[in-house]
Write a protein that binds this ligand. Sequence first.
Ligand SMILES: Nc1ncnc2c1ncn2[C@@H]1O[C@H](COP(=O)(O)OP(=O)(O)OP(=O)(O)O)[C@@H](O)[C@H]1O
Ligand SMILES: [Mg+2]
Length: 247
Amino acid sequence: MRPTLSDSKRLIIKNLKKEFNGFWALKGLNLELGQGEIFVLLGPNGAGKTTTLKLITGLLHPTEGEIYIQGIDIKKEPIKAKSYIGYVPDEPFIYPKLTGREFINLVAGLYNVKKEDYEVRLQKLFKKFDVGEWIDELSEGYSHGMKQRVIMCQLLLHNPELILIDEPLVGLDPKTARTVRQTFLKLRQDGKTILISTHTLSFAREIATRLGIINHGELKFTGTLKELAEISGQKDIEEIYLKLTEQ
Ligand SMILES: Nc1ncnc2c1ncn2[C@@H]1O[C@H](COP(=O)(O)OP(=O)(O)OP(=O)(O)O)[C@@H](O)[C@H]1O
Ligand SMILES: [Mg+2]
């Protein structure tokens, strides 16, 4: 019997493997995330972070293994499973000939956001991320940070339960970066689950309820910062990271 929403984990990954032309980018990843977790995935370039996130969103198909979102098997019910996800890729794309507002509207349509919720939520998000009148200009003229703010708005508009973010802070100014941090902490309080891949260790230290260290396609360690400090014998997050990723 399929677990009900309340008793299911937000995300279950079992023995996930991904092969690209004979190269194993993921070699059997297992992970379970519950409600209200902020899990930060750390690891060197090429470790398999983006691949993991793309497999969860269904942008890539696993070579082996299973993924459940809210207890729903993404292979069996992909559209339903994906309706619970909000995703920001490592290189967010906004159609250049759309305005920010048009882009958000498009995404809201894909997620079937109800008309009565749309304007209220949008105004709240615009306020939170300091979105100005530029939202009605073509996105081709936006700065990196303006695009990132549009991306944050489209991410949250459909009220996702599981939020997946690949490198959230790159290119954000300090104020917007702080807003993003505060937003994640608030989302956590609201019971949302967040999976973040980042190289920004200070951000990981501040925000993570649990961390995972991935290297060569394997999740080598998972735990709280305190637990990883004990395993590595180091105190500072940079030292912990370097110790746990050394081969
Ligand atoms: N479409 C693809 N075809 C072939 N190889 C790929 C493909 N996507 C990823 N890889 C390989 O899989 C490995 C993991 O890549 P991935 O993008 O997941 O790393 P990452 O941990 O996100 O790295 P970074 O920190 O640089 O973003 C790399 O060796 C990469 O070259
Ligand atoms: Mg990556």
